[in-house]
Ligand binder design. Structure first.
Ligand code: NAP
Ligand code: MG
Length: 497
């Protein structure tokens, strides 16, 4: 039976929220007893205070992670064992889907429908997919002469530090943990300060699944405290970071200032959605354009916020988009009918509103949305027309529901505008001409190019950014494992007999 708003409210009212750090297999407070608070941004109400970990706690967690990595109970265990336990974890996540989704929704203001999809189906699939890879990842044998046997083997890199953002709190946590665990690593992870609750709940399930103590450590805290301590720790081998380009730069510096740890970065974007003049403005195209911009309230790294449209199609496009956008339903994120939830915080809402004002003052035309006249941190999806690439709203990642429509006169102009950005995470192209489609895909320096449909791909396909949208690291696919594996050459001199 379909669940209703009342059902989800009931879960919320009865939920027992765990608020502690998970270090060395135990839930605990910070050494100095510090606390932070998390707010439900849709109501502005305090949900709870929670443990605020600092550098001493990070150090404690890294010691535990190193101890268990060295003793080999996970890192050198049979791949079949790791697989079995990850399957068990997947099952537990599935069983706890409703509670996880409600925690995520109240903590982040995200719609319950998206949360159910992310914590239930996607996260569960994630653990299963990487569980399956645990015993299907092999090294190579080099083609030497008969006087040697050269083995190229993959080994877990060691202790992984992970720092994640608030826009997909559970999914980002799972992306990091599932692949690092399949590779045999230990991990110390810090959720975003606004959204610690679903990650802490995962700690309970990790414990129940039987993952050895110390293999996964979950440390809620601030970027400047726990986050920086992870970046600078001399006994963390690799850091994997998802968040803003600005903080990504800091992780590069932290590495240089400490032990030259590997740094994998998944950063921001300002991705184009290109409609060439031969495309038909179908309902599907409009649905994709609307979701590419406004899914998760635009708080999405691969949001397509520069919609570059062939000039003759702009009027029809804007007319249909305005009608589609009017159908979005803002409101109680726990209501399954709601399609856009709250911004992550009132500070963030104000920042997005500043961008909307800047768009108007720099000469773009606001044709719909941009209002914010209700309790909580909601913003009506905004569409600007006549956006030029030198305007602030075309250059900076806003991370809110602010779409800029940019008319262009040719395919070359579309490419020039699309590529005039420091980012390179994602691009969408609509055209009926196969040669144009392939040429565009080749000439867009982006980690993902979607043709005739907006998608980020799925678990099988690597996800990451060119240019300042990321490092060479990729999430998803078999590529995600590469971040957590070292490559070793074993050269054995042999005497042919
Ligand atoms: P953010 O400010 O960069 O924060 C991300 C994480 O970094 C948080 O856990 C944050 O802690 C921590 N952090 C902040 N300052 C730090 C510091 N000085 N040292 C160490 N850690 C620090 O980003 P956000 O606003 O949460 O998230 C939005 C960004 O994430 C956007 O740019 C978006 O494009 C990007 N994103 C990228 C992808 C991708 O896969 N490419 C996916 C999702 C999101 P606090 O919580 O305390 O601030
Ligand atoms: Mg919160």
């Amino acid at each position: 039976m379909e669940m209703t708003k009342a059902d989800f409210h009931k879960i919320r009212d009865n939920i027992k929220i765990n608020t502690q750090a998970f270090i060395d297999g135990k839930f605990c407070e910070a050494e100095d007893g510090a606390k932070l608070e998390t707010i439900n941004p849709a109501t502005g109400e305090l949900i709870t205070s929670f443990t605020h970990c600092g550098p001493a706690d990070v150090d404690r967690a890294v010691k535990a992670a190193r101890r268990v990595f060295n003793d080999g109970t996970w890192s050198r265990a049979s791949p079949e064992y790791r697989k079995e336990i990850l399957f068990k974890l997947a099952e537990l996540v599935e069983q706890n889907n409703h509670e996880l989704a409600v925690l995520e929704s109240i903590d982040a203001g995200k719609t319950i429908s998206d949360c159910l999809q992310e914590t239930g189906s996607e996260a569960v699939n994630y653990f299963r997919w990487y569980a399956e890879l645990a015993d299907k990842t092999f090294g190579k044998v080099a083609n030497t002469g008969e006087d040697a046997l050269a083995l190229i083997v993959k080994e877990p890199v060691g202790v992984v530090g992970a720092v994640v953002p608030w826009n997909f709190p559970f999914l980002m946590t799972v992306w990091k943990i599932a692949s690092a665990l399949a590779a045999g690593c230990s991990i110390v992870i810090k959720p975003a300060e606004q959204t610690p609750l679903s990650a802490i709940k995962l700690g309970e399930l990790i414990s129940e699944a039987g993952i050895p103590e110390g293999v996964v450590n979950i440390l809620p805290g601030l970027g400047e405290t726990a986050g920086q301590a992870i970046g600078l720790h001399n006994d963390i081998d690799v850091v994997t970071f998802t968040g803003s380009t600005e903080v990504g730069r800091m992780f590069m510096r932290y590495s240089g200032d400490s032990n030259l740890k590997g740094v994998g970065l998944e950063l921001g974007g300002k991705s184009p959605f290109i409609v060439l003049d031969d495309a038909d403005i179908t309902d599907n195209l409009i649905e994709d354009a609307a979701m590419a911009a406004f899914w998760n309230g635009g708080q999405n790294c691969s949001a397509n916020m520069r919609q570059i449209i062939a000039a003759p199609l702009v009027d029809e496009f804007l007319d249909k988009m305005t009608k589609r956008v009017a159908q979005f339903k803002l409101g109680d994120p726990l209501d399954p009918e709601t399609t856009i939830g709250s911004m992550i915080s009132s500070d963030h809402k104000n920042m997005v509103l500043d961008y909307i004002n800047k768009g108007s003052s720099e000469g773009a035309r606001l044709i719909t949305g941009g209002d914010s006249d209700r309790t909580g941190s909601f913003i009506e999806p905004a569409i600007f027309d006549g956006v030029k690439n030198d305007m602030t709203i075309a250059r900076e990642e806003i991370f809110g529901p602010v779409l800029g429509v940019m008319p262009v006169k040719s395919v070359e102009e579309a490419l020039t505008v699309a590529n005039d950005t420091v980012y390179g995470l994602h691009a969408t192209v609509f055209t009926r001409d196969i040669d144009r489609a392939i040429s565009m895909a080749r000439r867009l320096p982006c980690g993902t190019v979607a043709i005739n449909g907006f998608t980020e791909g799925d678990i099988k396909t690597p996800f990451g950014g060119y240019k300042q949208s990321g490092s060479l690291a990729r999430e998803n696919g078999t590529e995600a494992l590469d971040q957590y594996l070292q490559t070793k050459t074993i050269w054995i001199a042999t005497q042919p007999i």
